[in-house]
Design a protein around this ligand. Structure first.
Ligand SMILES: Nc1ncnc2c1ncn2[C@@H]1O[C@H](COP(=O)(O)OP(=O)(O)OP(=O)(O)O)[C@@H](O)[C@H]1O
Ligand SMILES: [Mg+2]
Length: 330
């Protein structure tokens, strides 16, 4: 019998999830081409979500939204957030991607770090300073300051790297004021940057590392992926010549500790001791054909005759694994 998948997106689909409506439409075409009956539900709010779900007969949902909210851009987790995975759990409808618990753990980087650290995964030194709380004295410099719950390098610039307490206090205050959320202080990781794709689960799982580079002329003071370098075609991904096994092992351990499923991407950098540390795990990675890092990495390892075929193959891998997990194999 033909399986049925429902793609959910909404105003926050780009900021929170895999990309804008064009990305969702492309994904819809791809899934249909793979022989799974697919459709899109664009929902603005809880009422529209409920109306769609009351009528739907899908076997599984795939959501570009972590949560429904009046806010289009993620600014931490808004007070009015209603988690899509919670709403689907309540209806007993399976979904592609990690569980509600894991999704919530992934969206706040401090929580992610704490879980990984407990499981023995290498993470940077980290301290969370919420608005109104004092900054601890014991911070090692240089440090890196970023918002606790953003993506796409929102809130990240050369000013994120701080060399003394004064710069630290100024950057923490900026995160509090401009993004209304906790400021995460980490040790500055000066080395190369990697992003590792995790696809599928158990016997279907693949862990594929990529090294991320930007032409040196585009960096400012620091070799960091500032917000203006993201999403504009300036980053390149290649198969790493160094740290390959280390990146695979780190991702395997991290995704196991966090109980990730189907498709996540772990970002990491080399610290001053020459070892990789995970800086975050993205729960709903970008799915823009050719441009997003996941399809780019997949293409490096599984080149097909065309980019469209690469993309289709990657989506197929995710679908096979997710449908197998719910006992409805493709
Ligand atoms: N501790 C650190 N030391 C050095 N650079 C860092 C550190 N943390 C983050 N960066 C730089 O800032 C970039 C964005 O950080 P991070 O991946 O945590 O945020 P993001 O905005 O959630 O990204 P994504 O879009 O991948 O979800 C990283 O890709 C890296 O270049
Ligand atoms: Mg990142």
């Amino acid at each position: 019998m033909k399986r049925e998948l429902l793609l959910i997106t909404g105003p926050g689909g780009d900021a929170q999830g895999w990309g804008n409506m064009a990305v969702t439409e492309n994904l819809n075409d791809t899934v249909n081409a793979l022989g799974v009956k697919c459709s899109i539900a664009y929902v603005n709010n809880r009422k529209e979500f409920d109306e769609v779900m009351d009528k739907s007969s899908c076997d599984m949902v795939w959501s570009s939204l972590y949560y429904l909210s009046e806010k289009e851009d993620i600014v931490g987790v808004p007070d009015d957030a209603e988690w899509v995975s919670d709403l689907l759990d309540a209806r007993n409808i399976p979904y592609i991607g990690s569980s509600a618990k894991t999704m919530k753990n992934l969206i706040l980087k401090f929580v992610t770090h704490e879980i990984m650290e407990k499981a023995g995964v290498k993470v940077p030194f980290h301290v969370l300073v919420n608005p109104g709380s004092p900054i601890p004295e014991n911070i090692p410099f240089p440090a890196f300051v970023k918002p606790d719950g953003e993506s796409r390098s929102v809130g990240i610039s050369d000013r994120s790297v701080v060399k003394n307490h004064e710069e630290l206090a100024a950057q923490v205050a900026r995160v509090h004021q401009e993004l209304s959320q906790g400021a995460l202080i980490e040790e500055y990781l000066p080395g190369d940057e990697y992003t590792v794709l995790m696809l599928g689960n158990g016997e279907h799982q693949e862990i594929l590392p990529g090294k991320v580079t930007v032409d040196e002329t585009h960096y400012g003071q620091y070799r960091i992926l500032r917000s203006d370098l993201r999403g504009v075609g300036l980053t390149k991904v290649s198969i790493p010549e160094e740290h390959f096994d280390e990146a695979v092992e780190l991702t395997r351990k991290a995704t196991a500790a966090l109980e990730c499923m189907d498709h996540v991407r772990a970002d990491m950098r080399v610290g001053s001791d020459g070892k990789l540390r995970i800086i975050e795990v993205n729960g709903i990675p970008g799915l823009k054909p050719v441009k997003s890092w996941s399809p780019q990495i997949f293409s490096l390892y599984h080149p097909q005759p065309t980019p469209e075929a690469d993309y289709r193959e990657m989506i197929h891998t995710i679908l096979v694994s997710a449908f197998a997990r719910i006992g409805k194999p493709l």
